[in-house]
Design a protein around this ligand. Structure first.
Ligand code: CUK
Ligand code: CUA
Length: 651
């Protein structure tokens, strides 16, 4: 602890990373002046009325039957899913399975979800899955959900997110809140930072390869990482979800963001050393931020200045190729992490992590940098010293920034202009710091309402804390994380609510409810998800909406039925041992919220069909006997009776 205390002046050594040794108590002195704030907030929260305005700030209380004002899209981390919460209540509203298998909805088991999971895999991964006997990747690590933009603000079309575990990027359709595309990114490793282009629209989705690997990574080259391993930056077309181009860079790539002008995108690098151990990767006093010049890259692609690797156009954006103006490397103190564009469109914040600083770039200086008129560090307009372990920064649209301090377990509010003034005058002042608020404990990401758009409204801030320790009833060695809701509508931050979450909310996006307008039922005229089932039904002469049929073709059996409470249109069907059976069920309910399911006992099969949806599943009838299928979504007073039998005969 004393080590941390003295290390603040320059940068935090590796030992400082042992955050929990005393991090919760960290920085208490610095925040003593504000110690009263959270106690006052607690009182405010418990006295809250149904109104969202209470004396001294906003109330998080959302009464029975009332609706939240914001959608929160929450990363599910290593659970592989994305979640939707309501803000300010922090109530979990939905889970969207993406990079996982899900027992409730059958994601990863149904034909529809497997088609989405497996449609855009590399040849290598297809081969790997086949050899391993795996029908699809069963896990994922979803960190960064971000919505599509039009003209610098959320447009309600899509949410994109990365999978660090298996190098994928997904797209969620916001009209139905299901994943419609999942793309594996070749050549890159550890797809981590992810951000959509903000202007004029999305546009590109930028994805960072965090780990350095041989390119291509096919076993032909394995040794000498410093010479032969590379990190790769990817731009995906957010409309088609095809990979537009990749850029090979020096160092590695951690978190990224895009500007508000449509000209540049950015990524932090914490491993300029190209080390393969933690000591090697943290050796340098400075790492950097890579700036990508989108126009130059597009022109380079057009001019054919790329290598095609694994079917993707890969440009050389390394330092040795600076003459091409694809990239610039701006030196930043020790191992920066988060990368955040301010809503006025002028600044990029690079969060120091091992350095107690946030480095502020002025994007208006980048044209001159690429034109060779100024040097890399001339783009830096502020470097406020904020505290230990700055990881991510959010904004209120009123000129203030909010940075998480992982090691100090604090949220620091600071004034951007004052930090710029202090830097310009080389003054030692820290009067840019407005307030430090203790959070519990070890915050990673933070997020403000609409704070990643030009419409940042400065109402709420959520601190996504990695450790909850004593904040909740003890549930054993594995604890939930702690997402804390903070009222930032006034001068002072007020902590108003603790929300436990399961693994692992890296990142969150807070969207005004008016931006999103999901459907109440699926549209039968828009069968994108069950197009495969529809095509097969047509070949079989079946109308899915009225089906009650069993079609046999050799040892392939296709069973078609509808679900209308409280019955499936087929009370039973018969097959022979060894048949390949496909069951296709269409929910013909027109009533909002009337979901049915199809669970086949003893076969590892469950799928969900919400109103007007079709789902299908294929399996081999490898068990003789009678097996009940039933609806697992409580739908009717006779829900228990909504069932039928699969009878499997000996051949
Ligand atoms: S990373 Cu998790 S705390 Cu993956 Cu966005 Cu910074
Ligand atoms: Cu249908 Cu329960």
């Amino acid at each position: 602890r004393s080590f941390l205390g003295t290390a603040a002046a320059s940068s935090v050594g590796l030992m400082g990373l042992a955050a929990c040794s005393g991090g919760a108590q960290g920085g208490k002195a610095a925040s003593a002046a504000h110690a009263g704030a959270s106690a006052a907030a607690d009182a405010g929260a418990s006295a809250a009325a149904s109104s969202h305005e209470v004396a001294g700030g906003l109330s998080p209380h959302v009464g029975p039957g009332e609706l939240d004002k914001y959608y929160g899209f929450l990363s599910g981390g290593q659970s592989g899913e994305m979640r939707i919460v309501g803000v300010p209540s922090m109530r979990e509203l939905m889970r969207i399975p993406v990079f996982n298998m899900d027992s409730a909805t059958g994601w990863g088991r149904t034909n529809e979800s497997r088609a989405i999971l497996n449609a855009h895999l590399t040849e290598q991964t297809r081969d790997f899955l086949k050899k391993s006997g795996m029908p699809c990747m069963p896990n994922g690590d979803l960190h960064h959900p971000h919505m599509s933009f039009t003209d610098g603000t959320y447009d309600g079309r899509y949410v994109y997110a990365n999978d660090k575990a298996n190098n994928r990027v997904c797209r969620i359709r916001c009209d139905v809140m299901k994943a419609d595309k999942i793309v594996e990114i070749p050549n890159a490793s550890g797809i981590h930072g992810l951000r959509p282009q903000r202007y004029p629209k999305t546009g590109y989705v930028f994805a960072n390869g965090e780990h350095i690997v041989p390119v291509p990574n096919n076993g032909t080259m394995l040794d000498d990482p410093a010479k032969n391993y590379w990190a790769v930056y990817t731009a995906i077309d957010g409309e088609t979800m095809e990979i537009a181009w990749q850029v090979m860079v020096d160092g590695n790539l951690d978190n990224g963001d895009a500007d508000y002008q449509g000209k540049y995108s950015f990524s932090t690098c914490y491993n300029s050393e190209k080390g393969v151990t933690v000591t090697e990767a943290s050796a340098n006093e400075q790492d950097w931020c890579v700036v990508f010049n989108l126009k130059a890259i597009e022109e380079g692609i057009k001019a054919g200045d790329f290598k095609e690797i694994e079917g993707v156009k890969v440009l050389d954006g390394r330092k040795t190729n600076a003459a091409k103006n694809y990239t610039r490397y701006i030196p930043v103190p020790n191992s920066p992490h988060g990368c955040n564009a301010s809503p006025d469109g002028n600044y990029i914040m690079l969060n120091g992590k091992l350095s107690p600083t946030v480095t502020v770039l002025d994007v208006r200086k980048l044209d001159d940098l690429f034109a060779g008129k100024i040097k890399e560090r001339d783009v830096v307009v502020a470097e406020p010293e904020l505290g230990l372990g700055p990881l991510h920064t959010a904004f209120d649209g009123r000129g203030n920034a909010y940075t998480t301090l992982f090691l100090d377990s604090q949220m620091v509010k600071w004034n951007i202009q004052k930090a710029i003034d202090a830097y310009a005058s080389q003054s030692k002042t820290s009067d840019y710091i407005v307030q430090k608020l203790d959070v519990s404990y070890q915050p990673g990401h933070n997020h403000t309402t609409m704070g990643e758009t030009k419409e940042a409204d400065g109402q709420w801030l959520v601190s996504l804390n990695k450790f909850s320790k004593d904040r909740f009833l003890n549930v054993g060695p594995l604890k939930p994380e702690c997402d804390q809701l903070i009222d930032i509508s006034g001068e002072e931050m007020r902590l108003v609510h603790d929300n436990p979450t399961f693994a692992e909310p890296h990142d969150m996006m807070l969207v005004a409810a008016s931006k999103i307008n999901p459907k109440k039922a699926w549209d039968r005229k828009d069968p994108w998800m069950w197009q495969g089932a529809l095509d097969q039904a047509k070949k079989d002469g079946i109308e899915l909406e009225k089906a009650a049929n069993v079609i046999r073709e050799g040892n392939k059996v296709r069973v078609y039925m509808t679900a209308v409470a409280p019955a499936f249109s087929l009370p039973s069907f018969e097959v022979y041992e060894g048949d390949e059976v496909t069951v296709t069920v269409t929910n013909m309910e027109t009533i909002e919220d009337l979901t049915h399911g199809f669970t086949l006992e003893g076969h590892g099969i469950a799928m969900e069909m919400s109103a007007q949806a079709t789902s299908s599943v294929t399996f081999t009838a490898n068990r003789l006997g009678v097996y009940w299928y039933y609806c697992q979504w409580f739908c009717h007073a006779l829900h228990m009776e909504m069932s039928g039998r699969m009878i499997v005969h000996k051949k």
